[in-house]
Design a protein around this ligand. Structure first.
Ligand SMILES: Nc1ncnc2c1ncn2[C@@H]1O[C@H](COP(=O)(O)OP(=O)(O)OP(=O)(O)O)[C@@H](O)[C@H]1O
Ligand SMILES: [Mg+2]
Length: 381
């Protein structure tokens, strides 16, 4: 091919060639340098089977734009040097194009898919080896941190479960007790105490007739079993201070005798705070003595949303509660929306309550309408 490319059109020709779908092949096959000379360009055009005759007049490139038919397979060149024309064209093209259709997103479908494919809550069966052989105990569904708690207790430590209201601490304590002692013919006591204002509630007292009035703590300490100290951080620090010694030592000074700690004594405490005093949410909590806190190994018991899902057959309601909870948290609003809202709401909805009445009763519980509006908007419900 003997045609020469008109020098004034060379740049345009080069850009057009480079935009062609066969350009990469041509470069590789012909081993073209970075800046091919005229002959190499023509060779490339030949390889790409582009007839360049129409681009030339008497062997030279025409200077008239209208003489250039588009190269087959070429991408449109950027319009340069005429911004108004480019803007006008862009506008016309935009008008002529159908509006992009956003695929419809069914949010609840996505949430349910996430739940379907995410790890499920633990359904635990404990096998106890007893004299009679293996005894299996179906614990039902347990909190995701069940194993951590068992580990702390098996290590011989006192377990402090710290978590928001309704995260499942009390239920977990009972399940731990069963897991630890379910192999006995007669299970030792699950001894329970709530927040304490006075020391005697823990250690008992000798009444006017000289009889010792025992406490759940005394029974668990001396006979063995789980002592569950619920609302530990709601107790007055002075009331729990002597508890220290009892946890540490092998004995405890009860009002009527020196009690010996049973080998099977297990202590579990539940708190809403780490014992560092009241916070914005939990105002009735007391700062506990550092020496008391030292005696416990804390495990954080947060909301287990898979466990929560497993407690209801109304997945949609549960997802709604979880969305609202997430928004309350993100907006840093002081309000509790625990799995109890899911459990209670499920029951009320079964009695044909409306969503709105159910929400008022189990979620909003007297929140300011403006705050409710904000949360709703954030949660998109
Ligand atoms: N593993 C579980 N299986 C069945 N129900 C559960 C489970 N865990 C928690 N629940 C239910 O969830 C609700 C809250 O649980 P729980 O009372 O144990 O929480 P909590 O952390 O002790 O709350 P609070 O801090 O208010 O005392 C209860 O109605 C309880 O029955
Ligand atoms: Mg509780």
């Amino acid at each position: 091919m003997s045609n020469k490319i008109a020098s004034e059109k060379r740049d345009e020709f080069r850009r057009t060639m480079r935009a062609h779908h066969l350009w990469r092949n041509a470069r590789e096959v012909l081993n073209l340098p970075k800046n091919p000379d005229s002959q190499q360009w023509l060779d490339a055009a030949e390889y790409m089977q582009i007839d360049i005759t129409p681009y030339t007049i008497d062997g030279y490139f025409s200077e008239d734009r209208n003489d250039y038919p588009p190269l087959e397979g070429a991408k449109p060149l950027p319009v340069s040097g005429n911004n108004d024309l480019a803007a006008g064209l862009a506008e016309l093209i935009a008008k002529a194009m159908p509006a992009p259709q956003a695929p419809e997103i069914d949010e609840s479908k996505i949430i349910s898919l996430i739940h379907e494919h995410s790890p499920k809550s633990n359904i635990v069966t404990i096998s106890h080896i007893t004299k009679e052989g293996e005894k299996r105990d179906d614990m039902g569904t347990v909190h995701k941190d069940f194993q951590k708690c068992i580990d702390v207790l098996n290590a011989g430590e006192n377990l402090q479960m710290v978590g928001p209201a309704g995260s499942g601490k009390t239920t977990l304590a009972r399940q731990l007790h069963r897991a630890l002692f379910g192999n006995r013919d007669e299970m030792p006591e699950f001894a329970y105490t709530g927040a304490l204002a006075q020391e005697y509630k823990l250690f008992g007292f000798v009444d006017a007739n000289g009889n010792y009035r025992e406490t759940p703590f005394y029974r668990a300490y001396t006979n063995g079993g789980t002592f569950f100290f619920d609302e530990f951080d709601g107790s007055l620090p002075n009331a729990v201070l002597p508890f220290n010694t009892a946890l540490d030592n092998g004995h405890c000074d009860f009002p009527h005798e020196m009690g010996k700690k049973h080998d099977d004594f297990v202590a579990i405490a539940a708190c809403n705070t780490f014992g560092n005093g009241a916070d914005r949410q939990y105002v009735g909590r007391f700062q506990q003595d550092a020496a008391v806190l030292e005696r416990w190994v804390p495990v954080l018991i947060g909301y287990d949303e898979d466990l929560e899902q497993s407690l209801t057959d109304n997945k949609e309601w549960c997802q709604r509660v979880q969305k609202i909870r997430a928004s309350i948290e993100e907006l840093k609003i002081r309000h509790i929306c625990s799995p109890r809202a899911t459990i209670r709401g499920t029951k009320l909805l079964k009695m044909d309550w409306t969503i709105s009445d159910t929400e008022d009763a189990v979620i909003w519980k007297g929140l300011e309408p403006e705050t409710i509006r904000k949360i709703r908007q954030h949660a998109g419900v």
